[in-house]
Structure formats: C-alpha cells, structure tokens
Design a protein around this ligand. Structure first.
Ligand code: DGL
Length: 263
C-alpha cells in the first residue's frame, strides 16, 4: 500500500490545494489534517503558529507515515516552512503567496495580496515581492473575515455578498489600489470563495493562487511511486471533535474524504 499524501491546514482551506493534487493523482491515498482546535491561525503570533505546526506535523507524520507533507496553509508556510523541513524526514511542500504568477499576469503592474493578518506581515512576502514583482506596486490586506466566510460556506451556512465586497475594498481602497488588476489569494481558504469574491468585485479582477503549481510539484516529487488502481477512502483528521466537524461531512465527501479521525 502506497504511503499517503498528508495535507495540513488550520481548517478547510487546504481543500483548495487538495482539489488540484487529487485531480493530478486521483488514486493517491490522502490524509487531510485540520487543526480546528487551533483555528484560526491568522491572529496568532509567529511563535504560536510555529510551535503548533511543528508539534502537530511531528505527531501526524508519526501516525500516518506520509510519502510527502503539504502545508496547505500560507500562514503556516510563510512562518514555519523552514522549521518543519528541518524537523521532518519526509519532503515538505509549502503554500506561499503566488506573487510570481500574479506579477507575470498583471498588465497595470499593480497587484493585491489578500491573506491572513499574520501572512501579510511576513518577511517571506517582502522577499517574494522583491524577487518577482520589483516593478509592481504590491498592496496587501489581511482578512480574518474571509477565512470565516469560507469556513461558513463549507459548513453549509449561507454567507452575505456584502461581506466579500467589504473585504475587497480593504485592498482596493488603499492608495494606488485603483490600479490593481490582479489579486493573489494568499490564504488557502480564499479560493474556496473565489466565485463570491469575483461576483462582489467592483470591476474585473484576475484572482491567482498557487494550487496548480503545487500539484505539478507534488507529481514531480512523487514520480517514482506506484499508486493503487482504485483510490482508497481519504481520511480527514481533526484536532478536536465536535458538531463543527460533523457539519463538514458533505463537503469532505466531495473531496474523497470519507472517514473522520481525531488526533
Ligand atoms: N488557510 C490558512 C492560510 O492559508 C489560514 C487561515 C487561518 O487559520 O487564519 O493562511
């Protein structure tokens, strides 16, 4: 039996990475871990995020013996990717803001980065902007509300279009924001509400995220593995049981996650 691919996020956001990876490797065994006991990561300090993510990934790796770990969370990746790589003996793929493809796509040379409050303040983002978008204006907006909206949607609750517009205005109304034509969805929760964001946008915007690139990278890194003929049922792992976990079952089934476990 092939070892699984382990996805990790604070909540449901990593499903936006799981989707393209599963499309590329449809029969790969999947374990999807959500740290719902630690959710949300956006308001936490760097120390809190790094400590939690390293400890949890250590336990998850021991329990599930994955072939590869995907930190399907920009907050965790921009803060703790190097620490996790140093601590684990398996390949670790991170999810970092897709500033490079956004800069390649922007005609106006003004791009927006929508992430969590913790992600948008990271030096990692400064480095990506300097390396790949030096000739662009790069504006950032941290939004915890969009994370909540994506969680609400996948928990089957109705969300309000006006809330998406408010969050976009937090970015577009900054000085220079009127020139933005491309927006990086720098939190894995946000592609789950990309349609709602596009519908609420005051003008046509191109939304970019890194999930397709991650899927290509994972296929490349796991090229030697023989996958099963039929996909085994995927496992969703949570750090705390509760009604919020039960409400997610329909959404999880849509991603092939048929069983739930508690870490
Ligand atoms: N999905 C996460 C990210 O990509 C974090 C959301 C949160 O827990 O605040 O940043």
């Amino acid at each position: 039996m092939a070892a699984p691919i382990l996805f990790f996020d604070s909540g449901v956001g990593g499903l936006s990475v799981l989707g393209p990876v599963r499309a590329a490797l449809p029969t790969a065994p999947i374990v999807y871990a959500a740290d719902n006991a630690g959710f949300p990561y956006g308001p936490k300090t760097e120390m809190e995020v790094a400590t939690r993510v390293c400890a949890l990934l250590g336990r998850l790796t021991e329990r599930y013996k994955p072939a590869l770990v995907i930190i399907a969370c920009n907050t965790a990746s921009t803060i703790a990717l190097a620490h996790v790589r140093a601590a684990l003996a398996v390949p670790v793929v991170g999810t970092v803001p897709a500033i490079k493809p956004a800069a390649a796509a922007s005609v106006t040379r003004a791009i927006g980065v929508l992430g969590t409050v913790a992600t948008v303040r990271q030096p990692y983002v400064d480095r990506l902007a300097a390396e790949f978008a030096a000739d662009c204006t790069v504006l950032r907006h941290g939004s915890g509300r969009l994370v909540e909206l994506a969680e609400a949607k996948l928990h089957g609750r109705v969300t309000d279009a006006a809330d998406y517009a408010t969050e976009l205005h937090g970015l577009l109304d900054q000085p220079g924001g009127e020139r933005i034509d491309t927006v990086v969805l720098a939190c894995t929760h946000f592609p789950l509400v990309a349609a709602e964001l596009a519908a609420a946008a005051p003008r046509q915007l191109t939304f970019v995220d890194g999930s397709a690139g991650i899927a290509r990278r994972v296929v490349h890194l796991l090229a030697g593995i023989t996958w099963p003929d039929i996909a085994p049922p995927g496992i969703a792992v949570f750090t705390r049981p509760g009604p919020d976990v039960d409400a997610l079952a329909p959404a999880l089934h849509g991603y092939g996650l048929m069983r739930t476990e508690i870490l």
